[in-house]
Design a protein around this ligand. Structure first.
Ligand code: G3H
Ligand code: 13P
Ligand code: ZN
Length: 333
């Protein structure tokens, strides 16, 4: 049994309380490899932002769970080495799909876990989430639950059509499960194809597709039922068109990739939404930078020469999110 506190990590409780009060959101960035982690830590340190490092089940399978845990421990030390005296770093399991997976993460040093029972019948979601909370809270590990289904693919759970969170269920869910935060569905979805072009309209100024607005009325109703309760938004990549264009320019083929406009995320961050999940944008930044090097320097074969620029591009992206979208900068002691 490894306790996250011994690794210098923190849970989300105090972080979320301050974010709600301060009208900003904490970035939750997924990582699968060293370059992503380095970029996240550098961006967080340089902007003085708390940060959530997210590990999905897929990331655990890809990179090895033990290695990822040691990388998160290393992230705390790296942040200190970069000059941050008191880094606030959470190691969070993203989309845990079973009690066993959540328990394993708690036991090996995660400070926060998500149990995603959103695809289950309501009572089963309540029972599973409660079981994870009862286990995790013994070790002061915080738990994120989910109500409502996001469109697209939620890891192994495929949800063709989203079902917005029912605000009538949130009090019962939060009270009976004891979860510390709640992920809700208001129109965001995972991946780089969040909307079909026929759902969008064309912005005459830019010629770009503009998606339909998020269901802020659902968020408002949830906040009215659970005042001050931490809310989480998944599927919040904005799919920057410059990266899509760059990928396509250098031989990629991303057609009609559309994300959540940053204005909507800015608005959400000012509310009780205190954790915003971003993964796809980092994948796009990395891919765009790697493709550019491959196209411009076909003789290059030192991975540092293409992963280095990819890391720089991701750092730029993370800083932009923190400074210009989530507002979590300058929040460290
Ligand atoms: O919500 C999904 C995250 O983007 C993680 O994706 O399961 O491919 O690692 P992944
Ligand atoms: P994106 O695919 O929009 O980056 O969402 C990531 C996410 O929600 C991770 O849980
Ligand atoms: Zn998610």
């Amino acid at each position: 049994m490894v306790n996250y506190k011994d690794l210098g990590l923190v849970n989300t409780r105090d972080m979320f309380a301050r974010a709600i009060k301060g009208g900003y959101a904490i970035p939750a960035f997924n990582f699968n490899n060293m370059e992503q982690l380095q970029a996240i830590v550098k961006a967080a340190v340089e902007t003085k932002s708390p940060v959530i490092l997210q590990v999905s089940k897929g990331a655990r399978n890809y990179a090895n769970q033990t290695l990822l845990r040691y990388m998160a421990e290393g992230a705390v030390e790296y942040a200190k080495e970069l000059g941050c005296a008191h880094p606030e770093i959470v190691l969070h399991l993203d989309h845990g799909d079973s009690f066993e997976l959540c328990k394993s993460c708690v036991d090996m040093g995660f400070s926060s876990v998500m149990i995603d029972g959103s695809h289950l019948p309501y009572e089963e979601n309540v029972a599973l989430t409660k079981k994870v909370v009862e286990y995790a809270h013994q070790f002061d590990v915080t738990v994120e639950g989910e109500l409502g289904v996001l469109a697209g693919v939620e890891d192994e759970v495929s949800a063709e059509h989203h079902t917005y969170t029912n605000p009538e269920e949130v009090i019962d869910f939060a009270t009976r499960t004891g979860c510390d935060s709640l992920a809700i569905s208001i129109g965001t979805s995972h991946g780089a194809y969040k909307f079909k072009p026929e759902q969008c309209h064309v912005d005459p100024a830019t010629g770009r597709l503009v998606p339909p607005p998020l269901a802020f009325e659902v968020l408002d109703a949830v906040m009215e039922k659970l005042p001050g309760f931490p809310i989480v938004l998944h599927g919040s990549s904005s799919v920057p068109q410059e990266y899509v264009d760059m990928i396509n320019q250098y031989g990629g083929k991303l057609e009609a990739a559309i994300g959540i406009p940053e204005d909507e995320l800015r608005k959400a961050a000012k509310s009780a939404v205190c954790k915003i999940n971003i993964d796809s944008d980092s994948r796009l930044a990395m891919t765009a930078a790697v493709r550019k090097v491959f196209a411009e320097k076909p003789a290059e074969f030192d991975p540092r020469k293409y992963l280095g620029p990819a890391r720089d591009e991701m750092e730029k992206l993370y800083k932009h999110k923190i400074l210009n979208v989530l507002g979590s900068n300058d929040k460290l002691a």
